[in-house]
Design a protein around this ligand. Structure first.
Ligand code: ADP
Ligand code: MG
Length: 728
């Protein structure tokens, strides 16, 4: 086995960076493989073009007749770009993307053939999708689900395939994917936000949620990755002693990007340009061989699609450069893990960012309205937010002494804290002209200049306001952003609806003026939401205690966290806003719990296998060498052998102890797995995997890692951390 390790290292050392030619300006190739507005103008009839644009902007329906025109135009364009196939591209609840390709080619008899792609094929397909997770929504004997075109996310060509973004739903109407609830949530927040915007500007007709994700990832040479069964099967290292040097020197962060990684990034960025993914920044992250890339933000549905597409692209481009891309939140113990910051804002069709302060007191009141409503939404639904980012792999970050904690809190900075404190003193009911003037001039009016120097950014906060957007930092690097985006926009919609009702009631019943009513409601919201506001260090034990006192949840594990998804409060929230019905919420809970169980189960098998079949045999082999050595010493020195062989004797014993501990722990773990596997109810099963099976991973690892330090390096079978992390 160690031969594989050394073979992989040799392969890696011989790698040369792949040469990347960039002959065209990025602005010229941007979006050239996307069926975007320009392309549609060129390939569609006027009627078809208007119809698609209307569907994109206003969600109107496209008739079957027009769909035929659109599909014909799309096909012509795709074929002109070298496409031979088309696919409905969707995001089932596996978390990855799915596609099933069909050729345009169709025989028409007499040995002749044509290229065909009708409106029906564009609009709807029925993939044989019986093996996608459905949480009991579809009985397998009635395994029917269909994909339906989402015209709000443009079709694109990848390789030689025309990809059509679609939703994936059961024949009974329930969502089987990530996109469907997201689209419903975006619709809900649009309607609710427009209603509130009308207090400030009657011309607003649409509010779009925006998302700017920042994707962190690790690169590891594909040969090195292949030499580690744990990376191959679980996406992370389950064993491995920390290297002498880790990230303590901070010499990787924002450092010079290594050449091979740089070529990979350039290649990837070119692919992104062709697909219209507006990637803009790239840099080294904190841990060795860890990187980040981020685009310019976009409308949330499109940005979610882009992120899913990007993750797929990264694997494919990585292969060309002999890299395996690790999206796991914690591929290596002892160095930073990866996250995916979700920068979120709301923008009107009149071009106003509702989380961005404005130039006039009135526009700042609008800003404060949305800002404070967002804080209250998070305050009232923190546990549901936590549930939206729960996964087996993200558990290694949240609640595991790593940024950010499992406790959801909101950071807004000192100056805005002061503004909110002042607003808490607003008079109950009608305001005097003096108070109004004072508020306008000294509180609301001061906001823009305040925010300019609001540079203090608390990196430990899971949910931070960063000047003109909220940055949700607890999202896992591996996650599909749709889930957290669905939750954020749903709770915001709920909150804005309630806000409007309260303000309207004050205007009608108490005959307050509009701005008086708004100030009155905001004042109560600020008082109500104090618990969620936290400016301090999110890692410390002190915060855990304080959060507990405040009654905030601190769900450290996925099984615990996910339970909030099926609380009556959550089910009602999603049901009331038309985002998910009870069946859909329960199905998702079921799917995610099952996913958790399966992942821990796989990890258990992997660590058991590696420990017993890779580590222990090598330790025994080394021990035999030592035994032979001691025997030899005895032969030469007789009873004096201990004088020269004491170290070896100690080692022999140490090795035996570690081997014994590994074996007993693996046996105990397997027994716990057997017990867990017999449990029928998914929540109890997940608890058993979490609390009975998983704890053995650390014990087994501890002894294996100790052996790594004892056993002859030449014999050691697993590629070591220093090799994985520092070979460029
Ligand atoms: P950081 O300092 O956390 O790296 P940046 O300011 O560089 O953050 O922005 C990170 C991401 O935030 C980018 O994807 C950017 O496009 C996005 N972003 C910027 N403004 C907004 C906004 N108003 N709404 C949503 N995302 C935004
Ligand atoms: Mg960020």
């Amino acid at each position: 086995m160690s031969t594989l390790r050394f073979y992989a290292i040799k392969e890696t050392l011989n790698r040369k960076p792949i040469k990347i030619e960039e002959n065209e300006r990025r602005s010229e190739i941007f979006g050239s493989n996307v069926f975007n507005e320009d392309t549609m103008r060129q390939y569609l009839t006027k009627e078809a073009f208007v119809s698609v644009m209307d569907a994109m902007q206003n969600g109107s329906k496209i008739s079957r007749y027009v769909a035929d025109h659109i599909s014909t135009g799309m096909k012509e364009w795709a074929i002109s770009k070298g496409a031979t196939h088309y696919t409905h591209w969707f995001q089932p609840l596996t978390g990855t993307t799915a596609e099933k390709h069909d050729a345009f080619f169709e025989p028409i008899g007499n040995g002749r053939a044509i290229e065909k792609f009708g409106g029906g094929q564009l609009v709807q397909q029925e993939p044989d999708a019986s093996s996608f997770p459905n949480g009991g929504i579809r009985n397998t004997f009635e395994a029917r689900g269909y994909t339906a075109w989402d015209p709000t996310s443009p079709a694109f060509i990848y390789g030689t395939t025309l990809c059509i973004p679609t939703v994936f739903v059961a024949y009974t109407g329930e969502a089987l994917d990530y996109k469907t609830p997201l689209l419903r949530a975006l619709q809900a927040v649009d309607t609710a936000a427009v209603d509130v915007c009308k207090y400030f500007d009657k011309n607003v007709k649409k509010v779009n949620a925006s998302l700017g994700w920042e994707q962190e990832y690790f690169l590891v040479d594909s040969a090195l990755a292949a030499s580690r069964p744990d990376i191959v099967l679980t996406g992370r290292t389950m064993l491995g002693h920390s290297p002498a040097k880790g990230q303590q020197l901070d010499d990787h962060y924002f450092g010079t990007i290594p050449t091979r990684a740089m070529q990979f990034m350039r290649d990837l960025e070119t692919e992104c340009m062709l697909l219209g993914i507006p990637v803009k920044t790239r840099h080294n992250e904190v841990a060795p061989n860890q990187f980040e890339l981020a685009p310019v933000y976009d409308e949330a549905n499109l940005a979610v699609d882009h992120n899913s597409l990007l993750m797929d692209l990264m694997h494919k481009v990585g292969e060309r450069h002999h890299f395996k891309v690790l999206f796991h939140e914690k591929p290596y113990k002892g160095v930073n893990g990866s996250g995916k910051h979700n920068n979120w804002s709301l923008t009107t069709d009149t071009g106003v960012n509702l989380f961005g302060p404005g130039k006039t007191p009135m526009s700042n009141l609008q800003f404060l309205t949305f800002f404070i409503n967002a804080i209250k939404a998070v305050n009232d639904h923190e546990e549901i937010i936590r549930a939206a980012i729960a996964s087996a792999s993200n558990d290694h970050r949240l609640g595991a002494n790593e940024a950010p904690p499992a406790i959801v809190s909101v950071f807004i900075g000192e100056q805005l804290t002061n503004v909110l404190n002042e607003l808490q003193n607003v008079t109950n009911g009608k305001l005097s002209p003096e108070e109004k003037t004072d508020l306008k001039l000294n509180v609301v009016g001061k906001i823009p200049e305040i925010l300019l120097d609001n540079t203090d950014r608390n990196r430990t906060s899971p949910f931070a306001f960063t000047g003109n957007k909220f940055e949700f930092r607890a999202v896992g690097s591996k996650a599909n952003c749709a889930n957290p985006m669905t939750v954020l926009n749903t709770i915001m919609a709920r909150q804005l609806i309630d806000f409007k009702a309260e303000v309207d009631a004050l205007i009608e019943k108490e005959s307050l003026k509009k701005d008086e009513a708004i100030f009155n409601v905001l004042r109560e919201y600020i008082k109500h939401s104090q618990n969620i506001l936290f400016e301090g260090n999110g890692y410390g034990e002190a915060w855990e205690k304080e959060a507990k006192r405040r009654g905030l949840s601190n769900n450290k594990t996925t099984p615990e966290a996910l339970k909030a998804k099926i609380s009556e409060k959550a089910i009602k929230l999603f049901e009331d806003l038309g985002v998910m019905n009870r069946v859909e919420s329960e199905a998702r809970y079921e799917i995610e719990m099952e996913d958790y169980v399966m992942r821990i189960q796989i990890e258990g098998r992997v660590i058991g296998d590696i420990a017993r079949n890779h580590v222990v045999p090598v330790a025994v082999r080394y021990q035999n060498i030592l035994i032979k050595n001691v025997k030899g010493l005895k032969e030469i020195y007789g009873d004096d052998f201990k004088k020269f062989g004491q170290e070896q004797l100690n080692l022999i014993e140490d090795i035996s102890e570690h081997i014994a501990s590994i074996n007993s722990n693996v046996t105990l773990m397997i027994n716990e797995r057997k017990i867990a596997n017999k449990i029928g109810e998914i929540d109890k099963k997940a608890d058993a995997y979490c609390n009975k099976v998983k704890p053995f991973f650390d014990d087994i690892r501890y002894h294996c890692d100790k052996l790594e330090l004892l056993v002859d390096d030449e014999l050691w079978p697993l590629t070591k951390y220093r090799e994985l992390l520092f070979t460029k």
